[in-house]
Design a protein around this ligand. Structure first.
Ligand code: UT7
Length: 351
């Protein structure tokens, strides 16, 4: 069983605001990317704060208690702690019995984590797994570099998985091309410290995101259609059986080109990047959560999820979705007022 949830920060940064920082315009950004707005984390908040919100939102839509979670996988490239932030999330949500670790695979991080989680479920090693995709790339982008600062936003999304029979994760494929790693990097800085004549060390630190946009664009639009096609072939399915394409929300032109190359109808392409920009590892659960809440994705729908980004890494997963509705009945007993009932409807997804 799966429930999906998400969390976004409150601060909006519009294209208009960016045009005051760098030589760009709302027209250019809208036409080239489809992005109108992105949300960024405030100074007093951390990636863990955002990830915890997404995890709690996801848990609230399921009947699974935090202590029943066996494993937490945090997909992020912007952890608060280079040693990993999953442990802090485990503590904050009270998942006292869960093992927890981070996965770093940039914008493919959520797909990679979903596949890792599926392996543990398929082998019956674990029963309940929480995967979280969270990134705060606003903290790693050069706000004076117009090639990158227009693209990224902060967010977190999460998914709770339970093994099911039959297995509704129907197939997957993952690929990496390290030869083109240099096209999208967040590299270490090389600050040398010479202590003695024969001891010089490199002091750790990180630079800004550096990207060859055109090359990443070409990579995404040529490789993602292929991997989707190959994944479907692997499980003897064809594209006409697919109800929705849920792609990493990088750029509207990229999404449209991928759909067009596959001959897939554009109105079956799920997208919300206009409001949030590219939220890296969070983009898939964020857009999926919205599509389920909006009643777009329904029970028995077949969806293809695909991620792509730095590494270079890319992957596709084919899933059969089951949606159910969890109804929460709240009883309010307020002083000086009549007792009243309220109904809250939450959508839950079951793979
Ligand atoms: O998760 C994966 C993360 N990365 C991506 O998804 C990025 C993939 N790449 C892209 O989305 C696109 O390549 C960009 C949106 C980054 C750029 O769009 P493009 O259509 O590929 O533009 P370009 O890089 O070919 O640049 C065209 C022109 C250049 O000017 P000249 O050389 O033709 O005079 C750029 O300097 O646009 C200029 N330019 C801008 N102009 C206004 C580049 N960035 C901007 C900007 N505002 N922000």
């Amino acid at each position: 069983m799966v429930s999906v949830g998400s969390a976004v920060p409150d601060i909006n940064v519009s294209n208009q605001q960016l045009s005051q920082l760098v030589d760009t315009s709302d027209e250019w950004i809208t036409a080239r990317t489809g992005i109108k707005n992105r949300k960024i984390l405030g100074t007093n908040q951390s990636l863990v704060d955002l990830a915890v919100k997404a995890a709690e939102n996801t848990l609230s839509k399921s009947s699974i208690k935090p202590e029943e979670i066996d494993l937490i996988i945090l997909a992020t490239s912007s952890a608060d702690d280079l040693f990993g932030s999953a442990g802090q999330i485990q503590k904050r949500i009270g998942a006292s019995n869960a093992a927890a670790f981070d996965v770093t695979a940039a914008c493919s991080g959520f797909i990679v984590s979903l596949i890792i989680a599926h392996q543990f479920l398929a082998t019956r090693t674990y029963n309940n797994i929480l995967i979280i995709g969270a990134d705060v790339l606003s903290r790693w982008v050069n706000w004076l570099d117009r090639n990158t600062c227009i693209l990224f936003g902060d967010a977190a999304g999460a998914m709770l998985l339970k093994s099911s029979s039959p297995d509704n994760l129907l197939g997957f494929k993952l690929k990496t091309n390290g030869k083109n790693n240099h096209d999208l990097v967040l590299p270490q800085t090389s600050k040398y410290k010479k202590f003695t004549s024969d001891l010089t060390i490199v002091q750790g630190g990180y630079n800004y995101i550096s990207m060859n946009g055109r090359e990443v664009y070409k990579f995404a639009t040529s490789e993602v259609p292929k991997i989707i096609q190959n994944t479907l072939e692997l499980i003897d399915m064809v594209l006409t059986q697919v109800d929705w394409l849920v792609l990493h929300q990088a750029n509207k032109r990229i999404l449209k080109t991928i759909a067009d190359k596959l001959g897939f109808p554009n109105d079956k392409l799920i997208s919300n990047l206009e409001l949030y920009g590219n939220t890296s590892a969070a983009s898939l659960p964020l857009v999926l959560d919205e599509a389920i809440q909006d009643n777009k994705i329904k029970t028995n729908d077949i969806i293809v999820l695909a991620g792509f980004g730095a590494g270079l890494t890319w992957g596709a997963v084919v899933v059969r979705v089951r949606c159910s509705t969890k109804i929460i009945i709240k009883f309010h007993s307020l002083e000086n007022s009549n007792n009243s009932y309220s109904f809250e409807v939450n959508k839950t997804m079951i793979f």
